[in-house]
Design a protein around this ligand. Structure first.
Ligand SMILES: [Zn+2]
Length: 310
């Protein structure tokens, strides 16, 4: 395979404290002024490309060679309201196109598990959330919880104890305890955040917003329906999630589409499953700017960039 150079920026929440995108959740994000400054800096240093440019480059005979030498693509994960309220106006003002990886959900659906975790962490903090989950587990599941915690804590080399504790809790709830967590966190969300379907309808893009963004040059890609770790759900689970994304995307774009792995997780079979499902590329969260496999394109996290964009 040919390698190709491409800087792909990855964004999640873009919001200021107290603004409409945050809807009082307390979830922090990249401040809008810093996002604006990054866009200005990136447009000076790179040739900005769209998903359509990349798709044409990847599907051409000399894969990637048709891309500009300093190419940059902007991507946004999770289909959150921030992308309509704060990212879309900033892109439109600069005549830029973004690639938005939205979840294959419809209005009235609840929140993905990962987002319930984020909302509850912002509301309760890691210790109270852990305790609230723990108190609702059977003795068997408490044992599974502790084993999973030990496994992730042992594999952490980050150093900062407080950060590691949150990351361990997230991983346990997203993986080993995900089935238990769906019900328990649904109950906790209703208690501490609000009626889940109503919260979700304010949290995610509406179909109307998606249509407006697509009509103005924004592109959409798949990010699954339930946002599981793809290395955790098996080939059958991945296929269901990929099919859900394809069905959602088909209403907007005939494809082939791009995909972003939820949490950046994937398994050896993920690229082939995506290709079979009508996708032409997939993005990880590994910070790379030279890529070998179009189904394992790395990305740089915009939240980790310095204030001056470097
Ligand atoms: Zn995501």
């Amino acid at each position: 395979m040919n390698t190709f150079a491409l800087t792909v920026m990855m964004y999640h929440y873009i919001r200021d404290p107290g603004d409409a995108a945050g809807m009082g959740s307390g979830i922090a994000g990249l401040p809008v002024a810093r996002f604006d400054a990054q866009l200005d800096d990136l447009t000076r240093r790179y040739e900005m490309i769209s998903w359509a440019d990349l798709r044409d480059g990847l599907l051409g005979s000399d894969r990637g060679a048709a891309l500009p030498s300093q190419a940059c693509l902007l991507t946004f994960d999770d289909g959150v309201r921030d992308h309509y309220l704060n990212a879309f106006p900033a892109l439109r003002a600069r005549n830029l196109s973004g690639l938005f990886f939205a979840l294959a959900r419809t209005e009235g659906d609840g929140l993905a598990l990962g987002h319930k975790i984020q909302l509850l962490l912002a509301r309760l903090g890691p210790q109270d959330l852990r305790q609230a989950v723990w108190s609702r587990l059977t003795p068997d599941r408490r044992q599974a919880f502790v084993w999973a915690e030990e496994r992730y804590a042992a594999s952490d080399h980050a150093g900062l104890v407080e950060v590691a504790e949150v990351e361990v809790l997230k991983l346990v709830l997203q993986r080993e305890l995900s089935r238990d967590a769906e019900g328990i966190l649904g109950e906790l969300t209703a208690k501490h955040v609000g009626p889940e379907a109503e919260v979700a309808d304010e949290f995610y893009l509406t179909q109307h917003q998606v249509a407006e963004m697509a009509a103005e040059g924004m592109h959409f890609g798949g990010h699954s329906r339930n946002h599981p770790w793809f290395d955790w759900v098996g080939a059958e689970g991945q296929t269901q999630e990929i099919e859900a994304s394809a069905a959602w995307l088909r209403r907007i774009d005939p494809g082939p589409w791009p995909f972003a792995y939820p949490y950046g997780g994937y398994s050896a079979e993920s690229p082939a499953l995506l290709q079979a499902g009508g996708f032409a590329a997939a993005f990880t969260t590994e910070p790379k700017t030279v890529h070998v496999d179009p189904f394992l394109i790395g990305r740089m996290d915009g939240e980790l960039l310095m204030a001056d964009g470097r």
